[in-house]
Design a protein. Structure first.
Length: 275
């Protein structure tokens, strides 16, 4: 079951990569490390089906049976299974949310993925099948749903790929702040003032010089310094030989600037938000 959970997280990561802003951070050897798991994908897919059934379908069916017995006169008792499935999905959705996926989308996907297995489980229950048989049926149905979802997501990934906001130069003007007292002021006339900005460690003197001071900035649409071609603000501090490119991220309503220092796979991500 632990292996099934690993594959579930891997599949979820592949499917939702386009939904998240990775800020240019690479996956490194994560996929290479997990590639051998693909050789045992079919049995693990069945394991995922059982995991899905145990966390969503079986609890929904079991609770709905108890509620039906508790309230035998309720005419809409057929609503218990989907309502309880939605409630279970709301709890399970906290797991993908913990790794950066949007909660609402995770909740909706988990609920939708449980509808077909729920129908299979209800069909088996009404025919008087044993709980073990019901679990087997729902696991098989869930495995089919997961496989179809993965294929559909991979084929249509471009439709929901995250795209950084495109803002005019005027919206970069202002004060941007971050952790540890980091502060960057971008003025309309092209002047810039930096305080305690994170910088590459080229040396003690260079670090101190490039971290704080006055300088200039330039709006660079589709920056050549950005792997993803994002718009950016290129900041040059007086006395610092190395300019720093702060790329745009977030959304149009809540944009932020970021820079990735060090190795693209294991480097440090620093974010500035407009005040």
């Amino acid at each position: 079951m632990a292996m099934a959970q690993i594959v579930l997280l891997l599949v979820f990561d592949v499917v939702t990569t386009g939904l998240r802003d990775d800020h240019g951070v690479g996956h490194g050897g994560t996929y290479l490390f997990s590639f051998p798991l693909l050789f045992c994908f079919p049995p693990l897919l069945v394991g995922l089906g059982y995991l899905h059934a145990l966390t969503l379908t079986v609890p929904a069916v079991t609770l709905s049976r108890r509620l039906s017995r508790r309230f035998p006169g309720v005419r809409v008792s057929w609503l218990w299974p989907p309502v309880l499935l939605t409630a279970c999905a709301a709890v399970v959705a906290l797991l993908p949310t913990a790794v950066g996926a949007p909660y609402t989308a995770s909740w909706a996907c988990l609920t939708a993925s449980g509808l077909l297995p729920l129908v299979a489980a209800e069909y088996a229950r009404r025919r008087g099948r044993s709980p073990r048989f019901m679990l087997k049926r729902t696991a098989m149905a869930t495995g089919a749903v997961l496989l179809a979802t993965l294929l559909a997501a991979l084929l249509g990934a471009d439709a929901w790929t995250y795209r950084p906001p495109r803002l005019p130069r005027a919206e970069y003007v202002g004060t941007w702040t971050g952790d540890a007292g980091a502060r960057l002021v971008l003025r309309a006339n092209g002047e810039a003032v930096a305080e305690h900005l994170p910088v590459e460690p080229w040396g003690p003197a260079a670090t101190e010089t490039c971290s704080s001071g006055a300088g200039t900035w330039e709006f660079t649409p589709g920056s050549a310094h950005s792997v993803s071609g994002r718009d950016a603000a290129e900041v040059r501090i007086e006395g610092c030989a190395h300019p720093m490119t702060w790329e745009i991220a977030g959304t149009r309503e809540a944009p932020h600037l970021f820079v990735l220092l060090g190795d693209p796979d294991t480097g440090d991500l620093h974010v500035l938000r407009k005040r």
